[in-house]
Design a protein around this ligand. Structure first.
Ligand SMILES: [Mn+2]
Length: 304
């Protein structure tokens, strides 16, 4: 039997990695050979989570052609591993907007919840498989990460309920406190180049034929962002040029103040239209904006 590779999106975040490990684990428990894989460098937050619950980072998938794949935490082809179009995609488990084409029937499960891990936790229950403490810790961390400790607009009752169950199994006493610990593992910008920060959690989108890249960093207070702003803007300009993007945005999201400083340069007209605000000095502050998916992408889609 061919091994199935369970893989999340490029520039993987904690949900992509932890959901892949947990779902591969579930497949194995029901007698199907499966392996979690990553589709890029693992970030500091995810490293912290994996270490905390005793897991090794999954291997990079590299070239996906000819492999059997389960896609988690994404369904858009451009976020899939290289040559996924030459792979056999057998399942998709996701919570993002749907932009998926496949010429054969696949198992496709998409729910409007805050995190793929919430769906995976349900799938363990559906299958009657007990979740171990370690897996519960990974899934809980993914939910806390994706929902920004339940502060993001994307958070649903299902995410909260799953977190309660998972925290109990993982032995986490104070979920909010643990959530802040997870988020701050990534929050320092020190020692990272402008480009590394732009690509830390980055996705390319196509809006009306325009290629728009959106990176997001999470910060506690804007001091570090403000002091490195010129360097970040120069980084954005260089990424646009190198990758042929029509626009590149960097969301600097303050997880405590609950707002985003949006950094952009170049043709900012559609961006100003999207947010109904002037961009001055290459940035605009958007109070309450936390989620790229819910707060930013739909507005840009409309404006372009
Ligand atoms: Mn996710």
């Amino acid at each position: 039997m061919d091994t199935i590779y369970v893989v999340g999106h490029k520039n993987p975040d904690t949900d992509s990695i932890c959901s892949a490990i947990a779902y591969a684990g579930l497949k194995e428990k029901i007698g199907i050979s499966a392996k979690a894989a990553s589709s890029g460098e693992i970030n500091d937050e995810t490293r912290f989570v994996l270490g905390r619950f005793g897991f090794a980072p999954p291997d990079r998938i590299g070239d996906a052609s000819g492999k059997k794949l389960v896609l988690v935490d994404h369904n858009e082809a451009q976020q899939s591993p290289d040559n996924a179009d030459k792979a056999q995609i057998i399942e998709v488990i996701d919570h993002h907007k749907i932009d998926f084409k496949c010429s054969v029937p696949v198992y496709f499960r998409n729910e409007p919840v805050g995190c793929t891990a919430t769906i995976i936790a349900d799938m363990y229950e559906d299958a009657g498989v007990k979740i171990t403490g370690g897996i519960a810790g990974l899934l809980l961390s993914a939910i806390l990460s994706d929902t920004v400790v339940f502060k993001s607009q994307t958070t649903t009752e299902k995410d909260r309920a799953a977190s309660k169950r998972l925290a109990k199994i993982a032995g986490i006493k104070n979920t909010e406190e643990f959530g802040i610990e997870v988020k701050t593992a990534k929050a320092s910008l020190a020692g990272k180049s402008a480009e590394a920060l732009i690509f830390m959690d980055y996705k390319d989108f196509t809006f009306n034929g325009k290629k728009v890249g959106i990176g997001q960093i999470e910060v506690v207070g804007m001091e570090e962002v403000n002091s490195r702003k010129a360097e970040l803007i120069a980084g954005i300009a260089s990424v646009m040029k190198k990758n042929g993007n029509d626009a590149v945005l960097l969301m600097a999201t303050d997880i405590i103040a609950e707002g985003t400083d949006l950094l952009a340069t170049g043709n900012i007209k559609p961006l100003e239209k999207a947010f109904g605000k002037k961009i001055s000095n290459d940035s605009v502050y958007l109070p309450k904006v936390m989620s790229r998916k819910k707060d930013v992408v739909p507005l840009l889609e409309k404006a372009f």
